[in-house]
Design a protein around this ligand. Structure first.
Ligand code: CAA
Length: 695
């Protein structure tokens, strides 16, 4: 008999304790154990009620996601839950921690429900590209009504015990020990001779306008299909008898389980957790991390400082002049005011941060006590070197000196200090207090405990930290430069920026590359192009993108760029001046013009991304394909439901991609030089994901 469910007696109550750390996922052994223990309770003379409780940090965090994709072993979860609900005994759930997905479905199969105030419930299946598949859509809508149920399952959000009580999911919220509370509650129910109360016997709720609800949820989902499918499952439960609704729900669930989107999202779930787990960091103790220095109080420096302050760290920010100090202080204050408004900090914490934990100064000597200093000054090697020479002079021994450079050589920066082992790249993404990605750039001489400290900082800041090696642009910006080039080439060959943005937004990107460029500011690229031309001794050349800037079209900040933003950022329309500039360039360069379908745009853009990503992995800049996937997901708006570019590549098939690249290479063999790793994977019939599993 399963040892995942402990059985004990407390008078006339049978207590079933789920013991499947870390989060009591409903593995096969747990499902079988629940069946067996229900049988045992019913056969145990004198037992009048069953109480289910979880050991450890959660009641039940849902189905065991590691079993998805493997052959399903009986008993299936819906059968377990139906069996619990059909018991002649009264069955009570006593909840703490989370009850998610299948966990909440078990709860809804019980006749009564009690929880501690800190308990949280939710149906997060949509985050895995699924719908609840064990009665959740049917039972929650009967208990809480269609609107509340659809809100919970289509957003996947967790709700508090208090909110769950309000909508009828929890009967009693009570502080204390879940076991003791539960026993007292069941004793009380038995004393009152409380009846069994199966949710499946509650009348179906009122119908709503299902098609309108489906369309609204689909539109919100940015291409994700599973949230809208929740509507269809609930509809089935309202229109059909309970058992048929349950079957319809299960059919949708199993269809979605085979879908590409759920494969992508399940990959995202595990990769998000695996990305910070590096074998070489096992057992390595990070250095102390209490006091952080930040050099530079522009948007990036102020964002980094804000993020550090919000994680409870003491921050000293250095600017050059009193006026610049004041401006930096104001920026941080603005960021903190936003955090206060959104309830991320209390008014008291806000006061303490501003009055005690933040110092803005122009004196480098104030960094003498800092544990880690992050330089966020102008992206210029000479300027950065000057800063590091100063830091080397003032910082204490053992302090970590980090650069927030987005593409410069961290080895070269480290070499100007007397302590290259203490130097690392910490590449934040703007706005740094909002964006989740942190590239931890490990230079040749960086000490292992310095790497561990970089990851520790990311953890404290609640970021997704990815290990990257040194190269121009590291993981993210290097790949970005390539797929941006691919987009620019397509523009020269006949696709408009608007066709490209529409195709990629349809694919699931939050924004297409030209809309992103407008948001970031077109003047940045313009300055880089001008500088590179001066360095190369080529002057007097001006592309259509330069001409856009010469005419003052810098993107959103000037109201026009590729788009015209007169009616607001969301109501953007193409800027009518842009296409004529592009056409003039195409004519001047003499590129052969062709038309692109949406599919062709996506394939070519994605092929360039995958090919460069394969080079990044092959060269060891990223250790694993999943490191690239998480970089693109958390820093570049890549759609989560594709799992990242290399998961996408696995899904669409590597041999076809290789063939596409060979076709593109006929016109430009330099740009389309195939990554050796991609060739090797195709030759050995392996996937990128197989490398994740090997690592
Ligand atoms: N199945 C298998 N493993 C799971 C799991 C699950 N449902 N939930 C969490 N884990 C694992 C994690 O992978 C992690 O493992 P490692 O330590 O090896 O990385 C470990 O448990 C701890 O998880 P976290 O690091 O995420 O811990 P946390 O405290 O930050 O969060 C949590 C805990 C809120 C439960 C979070 O893990 C979570 O949201 N889990 C997923 C919940 C979920 O989606 N449930 C629905 C499953 S689908 C379903 O139930 C379908 C159905 O209807 C049949």
């Amino acid at each position: 008999m399963s040892d995942k469910i402990a059985y004990s007696r407390n008078g006339d109550i049978a207590v079933l304790t789920i013991q499947n750390p870390p989060v009591n996922a409903l593995s096969h052994a747990v499902r079988q154990g629940l069946m067996d223990r229900m049988d045992q309770a019913e056969a145990d003379s004198g037992v009048r009620a069953v109480m289910i409780v979880g050991e450890g940090r959660a009641f039940i965090a849902g189905a065991d996601i590691t079993e998805f994709g493997k052959p399903q072993m009986a008993p299936a979860l819906p059968d377990v839950i139906n069996r619990i609900e059909a018991s002649p005994l009264i069955v009570v759930a006593s909840m703490h921690g989370v009850s998610l997905g299948g966990g909440l479905e078990v709860v809804l199969g019980c006749h009564y429900r009690i929880a501690v105030p800190s308990a949280r419930i939710g149906l997060p299946e949509v985050n895995l590209g699924l719908i609840p598949g064990a009665g959740g859509t049917q039972r929650l809508s009967r208990v809480a009504g269609v609107d509340a149920a659809l809100d919970i399952m289509t957003t996947g959000r967790q709700i508090s015990a208090a909110e769950a009580a309000k909508i009828g999911v929890i009967d009693v919220v009570q502080d204390g020990d879940p076991l003791e509370n539960g026993l007292a509650y069941v004793t009380d129910l038995l004393a009152k001779d409380a009846p069994r109360r199966p949710v499946s016997e509650i009348a179906a709720p009122e119908a709503i306008d299902w098609d309108a609800a489906y369309d609204a949820v689909l539109a919100r989902g940015r291409g994700q299909i599973s949230p809208a499918q929740c509507v269809r499952a609930v509809q089935a439960g309202v229109e059909m008898p309970f058992s048929e609704g349950l079957a319809a729900e299960r059919q949708i669930f199993t269809d979605l389980l085979k879908s590409d989107q759920s494969k992508g999202m399940i990959h995202s779930f595990f990769s998000e957790r695996a990305v910070g787990r590096l074998p070489e960091l096992k057992g390595v103790k990070p250095r102390p991390l209490d006091h952080i220095g930040v050099i530079g109080g522009g948007t990036m420096g102020a964002g980094i400082a804000t993020s550090a302050l919000l994680s409870g760290l003491q921050v000293t920010l250095i600017e050059m002049t009193p006026a610049a100090c004041e401006a930096a202080h104001e920026r941080i204050e603005g960021n903190l005011a936003g955090a206060l408004r959104r309830g991320k900090i209390t008014a008291e914490q806000h006061e303490t941060i501003l009055n005690e934990t933040l110092t803005v100064t122009n004196d480098y000597a104030d960094l003498s006590d800092a544990d880690l200093v992050i330089e966020a000054v102008f992206e210029d090697m000479a300027v950065k070197k000057k800063v590091f020479i100063k830091l080397d002079r003032v910082c204490k021994q053992g302090a970590i000196l980090a650069s927030n450079t987005s593409y410069l050589d961290v080895d070269e920066i480290a070499a100007v200090t007397s302590r290259p082992q203490d130097v690392i790249g910490l590449h934040f993404f703007s706005p740094a207090h909002v964006m989740k990605l942190l590239e931890v750039v490990v230079a040749e001489k960086t000490a292992i405990d310095v790497v561990a400290t970089g990851f520790e900082l990311g953890k404290r800041m609640k970021k997704i930290s990815v290990r990257a090696g040194v190269c121009d642009g590291f993981i993210g910006n290097r790949i970005l430069a390539t797929y941006r080039d691919a987009a620019d080439q397509m523009v020269m060959e006949g696709a408009s920026p608007y066709d490209i943005d529409a195709a990629l937004e349809g694919f699931g990107f939050a924004m297409g590359p030209f809309a992103v460029a407008d948001l970031a500011g077109l003047d940045i690229g313009w300055a880089v192009r001008k500088r590179k031309r001066v360095e190369a001794g080529i002057e007097g050349v001006s592309t259509y993108a330069d001409k856009m800037c010469e005419a003052g079209n810098f993107g959103q900040k000037t109201g026009t760029g590729y788009y015209d933003y007169a009616a607001g950022a969301k109501a953007r329309v193409p800027n009518p001046e842009v296409m004529s500039l592009i056409v003039a360039d195409r004519t001047a360069v003499g590129t052969v013009q062709r038309t692109f379908t949406t599919e062709q745009i996506i394939r070519r853009y994605m092929a360039s991304m995958v090919n460069e990503a394969a080079k990044v992995v092959g060269e060891g800049i990223a250790r694993r394909p999943l490191d690239v996937d998480m970089t693109l997901l958390f820093g570049y708006g890549f759609p989560r439901y594709w799992g990242g570019p290399l998961k996408w590549a696995d899904i669409v098939g590597l041999p076809d991609l290789l063939e596409d690249i060979a076709t593109y290479a006929k016109n430009d063999s330099n740009f389309w030089e195939v990554a050796p790793l991609l060739k090797e994977l195709v030759a050995t019939s392996k996937s990128f994901d197989s490398l994740n599993k090997e690592s």
